[in-house]
Design a protein around this ligand. Sequence first.
Ligand SMILES: *[C@@H]1O[C@H](CO)[C@@H](O)[C@H](O)[C@H]1NC(C)=O
Ligand SMILES: *[C@@H]1O[C@H](CO)[C@@H](O)[C@H](O)[C@H]1NC(C)=O
Ligand SMILES: *[C@@H]1O[C@H](CO)[C@@H](O)[C@H](O)[C@H]1NC(C)=O
Length: 405
Amino acid sequence: MSVRRLSYPALAVISAIALVSLYLLAPRGDGVPVPLGRVRASRPKLTDDIYNNTLGFEKILVIGLPSRTDRRDGMVLGAALSTLEIEFVDGVRGGDVPDKAIPTGPGTERLPDAVVGSWRAHVNAIQEVVRRNLSSALIMEDDADWDVRLRSQLYDFALAAHALTQPLPGSSDAAPRYADPTFPDPTNGPSAVPDIAFDRLPATIAPAESPYGDRWDVLWLGHCGMRLPFADGGPIAVPKGRVVRAGDATVPQHQHLWTISDPDDLKAQYGNHTRVVAHHAQDGVCSLAYAVTRRGARKLLHELGLKAMAAAFDIELRWFCEGGGNPARGGSSNHRHSCLTTQPSLFGIHLPAGPKKSNSDISDHGEGSQDAATRGIRYSVRMNADALVEGRPDELVDQWPDADP
Ligand SMILES: *[C@@H]1O[C@H](CO)[C@@H](O)[C@H](O)[C@H]1NC(C)=O
Ligand SMILES: *[C@@H]1O[C@H](CO)[C@@H](O)[C@H](O)[C@H]1NC(C)=O
Ligand SMILES: *[C@@H]1O[C@H](CO)[C@@H](O)[C@H](O)[C@H]1NC(C)=O
């Protein structure tokens, strides 16, 4: 029985209206001018591809059940308003996945259908990246929302990613050196590394394969919370480097930040409007949006597609990023996978107005109704669809404004 179907590419419609948002999203048109200090002589040209229609990835794949036409409508419109080209990968109902198709191991049992369906949909998207030999892809769930400034946010994320994972100029291919001495081998460096300030990024060798750098497997860009690398090493060995940007206007003040991570490292360690780019450390949850490279997709298909399924997809992704420490697979973490992330998340779950039970086909969101909202995203595309569709950029609303001083 076939459980995988891929719809034909749903291309974002470029209309006169989209041109307005193109203007809004252009490097100098989004209210976040590039400070002069950051323009380096070696500014990598490839990185400019982040401003293209697939955000510098080869493709953007969106996962969702075809029956949730409401969500497809929302995603297609959001993508059109942001000039994004997307393709849908059909979600899967867990009940349609036969037992035989689920890899098992000692002590694993079939998980609830909703978890199985979500796992299969994500693995289908990853399988698609491997089958089509895509150099990279951004994989999103169909309720994801983002800021109208997404491209400049991703551009800045890429510069931070270069600082953490691209070699320093002058170091040899055979023995590359990095600004973060704990990269790529976290067990082989100082126990703590100082924060790297975003406005004083080290010069690095420009990437050749991806605008985001040449040494990553996963960019976990849309999540519901995770820890920051532990200064003292902590239980999980991941590189400890962090790029810290104070005064990021796209980051809401603390009272508007939401995470299910406890403790909330970002709030506990940094002030308002601070963004941190680092390696995934621990406790990542929600696979709302993440990018994979060709190599990363192959590793994920191997680890999450073919080895015993012991938990929901996002937990498995967390184990993958932590080195493959899935207890059902022997628990050892001998592998080193390079997963970069940013806090706060660049994508948020959009909750439309209406009954709470429409929020998920997976989990119970309770009774009653809600107003539309996207947590943590200031100039949300979906919350501003009225102004964007009508071509009134001056009417965009900050959903999470600063408190009066
Ligand atoms: C965007 O840039 C990436 C990276 O260079 C490339 O693979 C992709 O094909 C580009 N997308 C479009 C629509 O031009
Ligand atoms: C996948 O792409 C890589 C890089 O372009 C290429 O070397 C390889 O031959 C491709 N593999 C297949 C099966 O097409
Ligand atoms: C963040 O801003 C809020 C609102 O102005 C303020 O109450 C709070 O003390 C600030 N937090 C920090 C850590 O500065």
